[in-house]
Write a protein that binds this ligand. Structure first.
Ligand code: F1P
Length: 590
């Protein structure tokens, strides 16, 4: 922790809000002043930085241009959306709620729709929630960035899900308000107002884009809704899986819970009800980060595994396992990681996942997600350099967790647990003690005892808490592995327009070269040539990003070329000798 001062003043926490802080960038792409030195930080400091970044989600509005999570307008819009959902729940034959997004946003659409459909089933009601993810179900577990750029694909998938419905509440999620896939769907909704009411969820102020402007216009007469508070820049610039994902989960769960309570327990949808529910999520952050030491232990263990090219495995039960699958799948696009680096497994496999397309195992090894798969494919080769993390909450799962812990323990002591427990639950504590004895570290998150009615609310908070912990583990571990420069991911995949633009901007920032030169270097690295042909330079971004799917280390390579004027081959061999990208490029950047 040496050299780091945790008494950050208000000015550092709020610096990003100032009009002259990185003015050309939207909030979701700005670099967070709090994490500028995250690449040099210890595991403990990393966790503390993430805590501060997350706390920015709940900062109050402060007379700047930004709406915040708890702003009046956001609460009021959530109330309106909740009322629409309540109408739909009463008419499941003819209506539905559809959530759609790309990458993390689509994965959260899946998680949230599964949770609320389950709640409806438990009440013997028909399901009304559906999800769409760009790239289809395979994108739930793997990185599929290209479809994000395709508005027509968005419309086709929306039409398919809504076939025969007379009333659709469409919720398009794009943290950066940037995904053409979602924009296409919103546009389609606005063309068919007799059926569709569009809602846009994202975390940047509304901008000049035609779709967003038209949404704003329709929002005045409540024919469309915009929920776009700012939650502050991500800890790793642009990594919207973190706060963007968390805030998406909070906003939609608050709206849907209010609708369910209004329909099934006669609780009116009120301003204070919605606000209080949001604040309950704020307390989730406190409950979670009160365990800084426990989280730090996990970050350290995972970091050590990745540093020696070994692996991190999340073995989860129930919906918390899904958060493990999601977190693991995001490491590929976010950190340029191999799918084997961080992997998630879920007890019950695809039966438990219950996704639209059913089992995806035939798509390849990365789609083997059941605990049995872990036992057959991974356990035999497990070493003490690998980190295994058990993730569970339900006391009913404790026996299975114990059995799994014993199997893993025969191969490695590097076993850890994250589990949630209600305050004073002594029966569960006894079982936990057995599991704890088998684990190197145990992160126990304790929740206040609650009545049955608030049980589902707390379950969703436990999910968010798990998301925060796992995001910290995978982000922290990759930082410790040397994948981050300052607070930028240098080795990002350049597989869609947003990522292509982010890469070009990053090259400009780090090399101080003009945009033109940066784009040229980027293309050389994508096409792996020293001289670009006319065909290459005249192709559009989609062509470049398609090609980039099969190229690795594109941005580091471009950066070395820019900083050294070396040939492509020289730059490539340099990067091979120094696989820690931050170190490979740092020597020229001071
Ligand atoms: C969608 C997304 C992210 C992913 C990556 C590429 O972003 O797929 O989830 O982590 O950054 O973009 P958005 O549309 O929600 O902004």
């Amino acid at each position: 922790m040496a050299g780091l001062d945790w008494t950050y003043g208000v000015s550092t926490l709020r610096q990003w809000e100032s009009a002259d802080y990185e003015p050309s960038l939207p909030v979701s792409e700005k670099s967070n002043p709090l994490t500028r030195d995250i690449d040099q930080a210890s595991a403990y400091s990393i966790v503390k930085m993430l805590q501060l970044c997350d706390s920015q989600m709940f900062q109050e509005e402060a007379g700047t241009a930004y709406q915040r999570l708890l702003s009046d307008q956001v609460v009021k819009t959530l109330m309106e959306v909740a009322k629409r959902v309540a109408v739909i729940i009463k008419d499941p034959q003819e209506s539905c709620v559809v959530m759609s997004g790309c990458g993390t946003s689509g994965r959260l659409a899946f998680l949230i729709s599964s949770g609320f459909n389950k709640a409806l089933s438990q009440l013997n009601q028909s399901k009304v929630y559906s999800y769409i993810i760009a790239g289809g179900d395979r994108a739930l577990l793997s990185s599929q960035e290209a479809p994000e750029d395709d508005p027509r694909l968005g419309v086709l998938s929306l039409k398919k899900v809504c076939e025969g419905k007379k009333r659709v509440l469409f919720i398009g999620i794009s943290c950066g308000l940037s995904a053409p896939f979602v924009a296409g769907q919103l546009d389609f909704c606005m063309q068919h107002p007799e059926v569709y009411t569009p809602v846009l969820v994202g975390f940047n102020p509304a901008h000049q884009a035609s779709v967003v402007q038209r949404m704003q216009e329709l929002a005045k007469s409540q024919k469309a809704f915009l929920i776009n508070p700012a939650v502050g820049p991500e800890a790793i610039s642009g990594s919207s899986r973190m706060k963007g994902g968390s805030a998406t989960k909070i906003l939609l769960e608050v709206a849907f819970s209010a609708a369910h309570a209004a329909t099934f327990s006669n609780t009116p949808i009120t301003y204070n009800g919605v606000l209080e529910h949001m604040k309950a999520y704020e307390r989730t952050l406190d409950v979670t980060y009160s365990q800084t030491d426990g989280i730090t232990a996990l970050v350290e263990a995972a970091g050590q595994s990745l540093r020696c090219s070994r692996h991190v495995y999340y073995l989860g039960w129930g919906s918390l396992a899904l958060l493990g699958l999601i977190d693991a799948s995001e490491c590929t696009p976010t950190f340029g990681a191999d799918y084997e680096d961080v992997r998630g497994f879920i007890s019950g496999g695809y039966r438990e996942l219950n996704n639209n397309d059913g089992p995806l195992t035939s798509l390849g090894p990365k789609f083997s997600i059941a605990h049995e798969d872990f036992l057959h494919l991974i356990l035999p080769c497990l070493t003490d350099k690998d980190t295994v993390l058990l993730i569970y909450t339900h006391p009913d799962d404790a026996t299975e967790v114990g059995n799994m812990a014993r199997r893993v323990r025969e191969k490695t002591p590097n076993l850890h647990a994250v589990h949630h427990q209600a305050d004073g639950d002594t029966a569960a504590s006894l079982q936990q003690d057995d599991i704890k004895k088998l684990c190197l570290s145990t992160l126990k998150i304790t929740w206040p005892r609650e009545t049955l009615a608030s049980g589902t609310l707390q379950h969703m908070q436990r999910e968010l808490s798990t998301k925060l912990v796992l995001n910290a583990v995978s982000t922290g571990a990759h930082v410790l592995k040397g994948k981050i420069y300052q607070n930028h991911m240098i080795d990002l995949q350049v597989t869609n327009t947003k990522l292509y633009r982010r890469a070009t901007r990053l090259l400009q920032k780090l090399s101080a070269c003009p945009e033109e030169n940066c784009e040229e270097a980027l293309l050389k690295a994508i096409y792996r040539v020293d001289m670009l042909t006319v065909e290459m330079t005249s192709s559009d971004i989609t062509t470049h990003t398609c090609f980039a799917r099969n190229s690795t280390k594109v941005v580091p390579l471009a950066l070395v070329i820019l900083l050294t004027s070396w040939s492509l081959m020289e730059a490539e061999s340099h990067l091979k000798q120094q696989p820690i990208v931050r170190e490979a490029v740092a020597q020229w950047m001071w």
